[in-house]
Design a protein around this ligand. Structure first.
Ligand SMILES: C[S@@+](CC[C@H](N)C(=O)[O-])C[C@H]1O[C@@H](n2cnc3c(N)ncnc32)[C@H](O)[C@@H]1O
Length: 476
């Protein structure tokens, strides 16, 4: 096999980042855009020792698992990677991914994994979208209409507002529609783009560190209908913001709040060191279960409200809580899990390493009138042990709920939790691989075993899956 070869092959599996796996005479070939069950014609782009990469040329036989992508940018945009796969099949691939991780990395080969909790309507589900300003990238169709002299290595040097190309931090796909947030959100993007290009307002460049426009972040509450527009810029220009606010409110009078985050940072994080509020209070409110949350431009909040509620309900169910229980919510973020389970517990202790999140958690508890939650700031590697050795140690937990980041838990933390000997442990994870690794550590003493498992589909049309596992202490 060599570069440029054109071959036919059958797609057998899915890999990460929208790639699929074919085997040609036993050799693995990664093909972008293939769906398991397809027979495709492909052209080899590169050959390494153990695998090759190929471009899909045409479908000889399409897989029955295929679906027609709804979005015209599918295939170029990095937002959705699985729109070409039917939703039922997406769920089945995610279920298998969880089962494989538990078998291969956790040493749990015979665990039955149920289908993920699916969304009734898997479109327009995000409550937050972060768009970027930058130089414009073109879709393949746009490229064919472009005079060659305008082509700057796959794009044009015109300003754009949309999403980054996968793996390209210098180019932006100019989005006029998006199926992830809401139709109103796409109309806001288009209005802001028109306003900015019409006024010749300069786009920030990470190369020259000059220019004004950096990001547009839209947050909308799925339960209250409130909506926030946050323009992230390099400088403070009240003239621009005042005019943009007037234009936005003329078109969208129901916008709840409009803010401007200002940052001179070199990195492309859409968070300002300073914030100015141009309309409303600078916050919106969202509801999960019985609780109401005030969300500001820079607060962390689960991006799929409906599925977050089902995720937390699942965690609560797996915890088998009893009246009088002490619960630890570890990696507690802004306290949403702690507050979700608080009514059934005597006391809840949240531990989290980001100071702002701990502050938000305390505020969330107060504004919801919840009095039995305490939030502690600290890195779990040290704090868990320190909290036991303190002069006034935390009461030992009956239930521990963990929700770590993608990297999973530090081994020390996993062992520490086991030594606390809670009656149940609930592990909420956005990465089945690290979750399986950590579960292996927690179950190896023989004290804990898997009692329940439920994946939850938080991100339809992407490869991501959230998984909840309940462990029970067999010595209690
Ligand atoms: C997946 S989020 C969970 C947030 C929360 N449970 C929720 O549902 O919104 C993981 C959280 O763990 C925190 N975190 C990461 N490493 C940590 C550590 N070593 N100690 C304590 N918290 C940590 C992060 O700041 C983040 O808020």
């Amino acid at each position: 096999m060599k570069r440029g070869d054109e071959l036919e092959g059958r797609i057998e599996d899915l890999a990460v980042e929208g790639k699929s796996v074919a085997r040609v005479d036993g050799f693995v070939v990664f093909v972008r855009g293939g769906v398991p069950g397809d027979t495709v014609r492909m052209r080899i782009r590169s050959v390494k020792r153990n695998f090759a990469e190929a471009d899909l040329l045409s479908l000889a036989f399409p897989s029955p698992r295929r679906a027609e992508p709804r979005c015209r940018y599918f295939g170029t945009c990095g937002g959705c990677t699985w729109q070409n796969i039917g939703y039922d099949s997406q769920l089945e691939f995610k279920r298998r991914h969880v089962a494989d991780a538990l078998a291969r990395l956790g040493g749990f080969p015979s665990i039955a994994v149920p289908p993920p909790l699916a969304m009734a309507d898997p479109w327009f589900y995000r409550n937050k979208m972060e768009f970027s300003f930058g130089e414009r990238w073109l879709t393949d169709a746009e490229m064919t209409q472009l005079p060659p002299e305008r082509n700057q290595g796959g794009g044009v040097n015109d300003p754009a507002l949309g999403l980054h190309l996968p793996g390209r931090y210098d180019r932006i796909l100019d989005l006029h529609e998006c199926w992830l947030q809401s139709e109103a959100s796409a109309r806001i993007v288009n209005l802001v783009r028109d306003f900015c290009t019409g006024g010749n307002i300069p786009v920030f460049s990470t190369v020259t560190q000059s220019g004004y426009l950096r990001n547009l972040v839209i947050r909308e509450s799925k339960r209250t209908g409130e909506r926030m527009v946050n323009l992230v810029t390099r400088d403070d220009r009240p003239d621009v913001m005042t005019a943009l606010t007037a234009r936005l409110l003329a078109e969208f009078p129901s916008l709840t709040t409009i803010v401007n985050n200002i940052t001179e940072r070199r990195s492309q994080v859409a968070v300002g060191e300073r914030e100015r509020v141009y309309h409303g209070t600078g916050t919106i409110t969202e509801k999960i279960g019985e609780r109401t949350y005030r969300i500001s431009a820079n607060s962390f909040f689960q991006t799929n409200t409906d599925q977050a509620e089902r995720l937390y309900d699942t965690a609560l169910r797996f915890a088998h809580m009893r009246r009088g229980d002490v619960v630890y919510d570890l990696y507690s973020g802004t306290g949403t899990i702690a507050l979700h389970v608080a009514a059934g517990a005597a006391r809840v202790f949240g531990i989290e390493s980001v100071a702002q999140a701990v502050e938000d958690a305390r505020e969330n508890a107060e504004s919801n009138g919840v009095l039995n939650c305490v939030f502690l700031l600290g890195d779990l590697k040290e704090t868990l042990l320190a909290s036991r050795r303190a002069e006034e140690p935390l009461p030992p937990p009956d239930v521990v709920i963990v929700d770590p980041p993608r990297a999973g838990m530090h081994e020390k933390v996993a062992r520490e939790i086991v030594s606390l000997a809670p009656r149940t442990i609930v592990y909420v994870s956005c990465n089945p691989s690290t979750q399986a690794r950590d579960l292996k550590i927690m179950c190896e003493s023989g004290r804990y075993s898997i009692d329940s498992i439920q994946p939850v589909d938080m991100f339809p049309h992407t490869q991501h899956i959230e998984n909840v596992v309940g462990l029970i202490n067999s010595l209690q």
